[in-house]
Design a protein around this ligand. Structure first.
Ligand SMILES: C[S@@+](CC[C@H](N)C(=O)[O-])C[C@H]1O[C@@H](n2cnc3c(N)ncnc32)[C@H](O)[C@@H]1O
Length: 240
């Protein structure tokens, strides 16, 4: 038995829009803080990393990641206009400094060029994405070779945290998906070395790496004496 107005409010998590959505996003920024902090503690972030947060919602995670990457940049994507507005407000200083850009768009067609980012994150959002295999391949497209995709979910069926309630699955129209199943989907989408970890109080992270590409280069032989004879060697090196 669910109380309809409350269910309608919670359903905003899928796509915040309409009356009260700004407040709802602020509540999510606050309510998701413990899980987000835990998830971020599991992710390596270089001080000059270029980061993309998918389904960025109210933008608090962008702010946290920008703190960890003081010489880097962070972009956000969300298909809710209210989320984009709130995320820009929360990160207004970084936006003004050119270190943060937040775009309106769908994960189905991420509006950035190939190989743009070192790290892509998705906090509390993948459940809502429309086509997981295609959407994960699209994330792979915008990551640099060797880049990391990190998914942080509060739902971790079978994990050590509290049992996933039927209420939330029904209200949010979610399919119960285990952390191992998410990891399997990332592998099928071409990611390598998926790693998972569960949080005792509930929640899980799934991290995987985009495969390194390799380039075959014809390069002058490094030995000075050989240079006279114009000897070249083939060098196989990872492309970055
Ligand atoms: C539950 S909120 C999580 C927001 C934020 N990541 C956080 O942890 O607080 C889910 C967000 O994902 C966004 N979202 C869902 N499906 C999306 C899609 N297909 N493309 C872009 N954004 C999407 C929603 O608009 C919403 O802002």
């Amino acid at each position: 038995m669910t109380w309809r107005p409350l269910s309608r409010l919670f359903r905003k998590a899928r796509k915040p829009e309409g009356f009260g959505s700004g407040l709802f996003l602020r509540a999510m920024n606050l309510g998701h803080t413990p899980l987000s902090r835990w998830g971020l503690s599991q992710i390596e972030i270089g001080s000059d990393a270029s980061i993309l947060d998918l389904g960025c919602g109210g933008g608090r995670n962008l702010a946290r990641m920008l703190e960890r990457a003081p010489r880097g940049s962070a972009c956000g994507l969300d298909f809710s206009e209210v989320s984009v507005r709130e995320a820009r407000r929360v990160n207004r200083r970084a936006v003004a400094d050119g270190r943060c850009e937040i775009r309106l768009g769908n994960v189905q067609a991420i509006p950035w060029p190939d190989a743009s980012f070192d790290l892509a994150t998705a906090f509390e959002t993948v459940y809502f994405w429309p086509d997981w295999p295609a959407n994960f391949r699209e994330v792979g497209r915008v990551l640099k070779p060797g880049g990391i995709f990190a998914v942080v979910n509060s739902l971790d069926p079978g994990g050590p945290g509290p049992k996933v309630s039927r209420y939330w699955l029904d209200v949010l129209e979610l399919k119960e998906t285990t952390t191992a199943q998410w990891a399997g989907m990332l592998s099928e989408a071409g990611f390598e070395e998926p790693q998972t970890a569960s949080r005792d109080k509930g929640g899980a992270i799934i991290k995987a790496r985009k495969a390194l590409g390799w380039q075959l280069l014809l390069s002058p032989c490094p030995m000075p004496s050989a240079a006279r004879f114009r000897i070249h060697v083939f060098v196989l090196r990872p492309c970055v």
